[in-house]
Ligand binder design. Sequence first.
Ligand code: NAI
Ligand code: MG
Length: 499
Amino acid sequence: MTIAIRKPSLGSAATAFLAKPHKLLIDGKWVDAKSGQTFPVEDPATEEVIAHVPAGDKADIDAAVAAARRAFETGPWSRILPGDRSRLVWRLGDLLEQHADEFAELEALDNGKPVTNARRDDVQGSINMFRYMAGWSTRLTGETIPVSSPGNWHVYTLREPVGVVGQIIPWNFPLMMAAWKLAPALAAGCTIVLKPAEQTPLTALRFGELIQEAGFPDGVVNIITGYGETAGAALANHPDVDKVAFTGSTEVGKLIVKAAAGNLKRVSLELGGKSPAIVFPDADIDRAISGTASAIFYNQGQCCTAGSRLFAHKSVYDRVVEGVSAEAGKIKIGHGLDPNVNLGPLVSKEQHNRVRGFLESGRKEGAEVVTGGNVPGNQGYFVEPTVLANTNRDMRVVREEIFGPVVCVQSFDDDDLEAVAKFANDTEYGLQASVWTSNLKVAHMMARKIRAGTICINNHNYGDPAWPFGGYKQSGWGREMGKEVMEHYTETKAIAALL
Ligand code: NAI
Ligand code: MG
C-alpha cells in the first residue's frame, strides 16, 4: 500500500504564527533561551522543519520559577479575588474559541493528527476544560469541624493554592494536556511553569499569547520549551517548586518521583496504559466493532487509554477480528491537515521506529497479522492500522505499551466474570477498560472487578472535564479533572481557635 502525502495549505493565522520568531514566556516577557540555543520543530507527515523554538534549560527554568514565586507571593495574583480569577480562566476558553481553527491547524501540523479531530476534540476539549474549571475558583470551600476536646473550640479548614507548580506535558494531545493542567491550577490560584513536549511545542507557545491577552498578571504562567532531560529534569528537581504534574511515559514518571524527593514536592502522574476492551457475546456487535476499532486507531493509537488489548468471547471472536480489520481498511491515511484524513503519521521518527520494532516483535513471537503491519509510503512517520490476532499474554506486544495503531486480539471462552477480569487485570497498568455488553449486570459487575481508574461501558476513550481521570497501579498517581483534581492544586489548612 502506498499513499501520496500532499500537504494542504495552512490558514493565514497559523501561517502568520509559524513565521514569527518563537520565544520563551518568562515573567510576562517573550525571551530567547539564555544559552541562545534553539531546536527544530518538524511536520511528521513530510519530515520538513516548520519552525525553530528556544531550547530552554536549567537557567531558563530557574528564571521562570523565580518569576512564578514572585507572582505567587507578592504580585497582584496573590491578592486576586476568587471571582476575578474565575473570570480570567473563563476568558481563556472564550479566546481559544475565537482562534479555534488556527489552534486545530497548528496542532494537526505539529503532531500529525487529523485536523477535524483536533478541532472537535483537542481544541473543543480545552475550551470546555477552562469553562468547567473556571467555576471551581469560587467553590473551594473549607469546613467547620465539630471537635470533642473540652472547652469552646472553633475548628475549621481553609483550602489554599499549593504554590508554584511545574507542569510537564506530552505530545499526544499537546494543547489539551496543557489545558487539563493549567485550568485547575489557575482556578486554584497557583502559579505555573509549563514545559511542553519537545516534539510539539507550538500550540503551547501560541496559547501563551492568549494568556497575556486574557490579562493574567506577569509570571503567573511561564512557558519553557526544551528537552525533557534538561528543562524537564530541572523543573522536576527544582527546590522552589511546590508541586509537579506530569503526563508521559511510566519510565519518566519514575524519574519524576525520584527528582521530587529533594524537597518532597507534591507529585501527580498520568502514565502509560494497556487498556482492555472486552466484548461479550450479547454485545451489539456492530457497535462493539466500530467502538473497539476507534478505541485503538483514534489519534494513531497514541492515547494513554488506547484499547490495545481486545478480548472477544470465542463465540464472537471471528466476527470481531473480521469487523475490526474491515474498519481498519476503511481508514484514510494522509496529512493531518487534509480534512478527509482519519489517520495521520506518528509524532516522530523515534515513535515510528518504536512501533515498527513492536510490529517486528509481534511477527517473531507468532502473532497473526490480519491486516496492516506495514509502513505506507516513503515519507513521513506513517504506520498502517494493524490487527494482530492469536496473541497471548506472554508476547511483548501484549505486555508493553505500543502507542501506535496496533491492536492485539485474544479470545476468551470463560463465562465466569472473575476469570474474565483476571485476563483484563493481567497488566502492570490500570488506566482504562471498556466492557461491551447489553447485560447491565455483566457491565457493572465487570466495572467493579477491573482494577483501572476509568471504566467505559459500550464506549472507549471517554473524557469530560467533570469526569475524574487517572490510573491504578503503574498508570499513575492521582486524578485529573472533576472535583478530584482540585486536591492536587490545593493544601488544606486546619485552624483551631480556643474561644
Ligand atoms: P516521555 O515520558 O519522555 O515525554 C513526556 C514529557 O516528559 C515530555 O515533555 C518530555 O520532554 C518530558 N521528559 C522526558 N524526560 C524527562 C525527564 N528526565 N525529566 C522531566 N521530564 C522529562 O515520553 P516519550 O519518550 O516521548 O515517549 C515514550 C513512550 O511514553 C511512548 O511510546 C508512550 O508509550 C509513552 N507516552 C505516554 C503518554 C501518555 O499520555 N501517558 C504520552 C507520551 C508518551
Ligand atoms: Mg522520553
